[in-house]
Design a protein around this ligand. Sequence first.
Ligand code: COA
Length: 173
Amino acid sequence: MDLIDAWDQSREVHGEFNDFGLPHRSIRQACLEGRLVGEGGGNLLVVLDDGQRVGTVSWHGVMYGPNPESRAWNIGISLIPEVRGRGLGGEVQRQLAERLFNTTAANRVEASTDVDNVAEQRALEKAGFVREGVQHGSQWRAGAWHDLVTYAITRDRRRASRGSGAAASPRHG
Ligand SMILES: CC(C)(COP(=O)(O)OP(=O)(O)OC[C@H]1O[C@@H](n2cnc3c(N)ncnc32)[C@H](O)[C@@H]1OP(=O)(O)O)[C@@H](O)C(=O)NCCC(=O)NCCS
């Protein structure tokens, strides 16, 4: 938990696209309050096969109608700088979407990122997400409004991409 708290307070780890200037919220406190993994969303540590802890992923519900069936998951990711650009971002988000499809009834997993965050857009594409469009002026960050681009994958599409063997594979090392 101390590691995640340290990451949360490091702009280098967050990256410019997660710099919202909000007060730090302790992961230990989130754990105590039962906010780490719950009905409405969650947070997980990204751990490599050799045990190295390299980042976090999160998800929260987005309602597209008042009924429970209309809840989609919106995911987020942050990897430490040392492991970026090795194919992990795509693979981790592919695995997170897979986990959410396997453990919940949701039909849609989505992610939004800054139009300038090319690495995240590419990672999402490699994870099988489809680019849906730009939400103009949707995010206030670092003293300005920013355009976000939304990507999504649906249950059917994930089955199709699995069938064609189009899943991303990580490049370690
Ligand atoms: C965004 C992030 C998750 C991507 O993960 P990653 O492991 O670095 O990404 P991958 O290695 O899977 O893929 C990155 C792709 O983007 C490309 N890329 C990276 N930086 C780029 C840049 N500045 N311009 C163009 N392409 C870039 C890489 O070449 C790669 O594409 P390729 O496989 O076709 O060569 C990771 O960099 C990160 O945690 N960044 C900080 C936090 C963040 O921005 N989170 C998302 C906020 S919404």
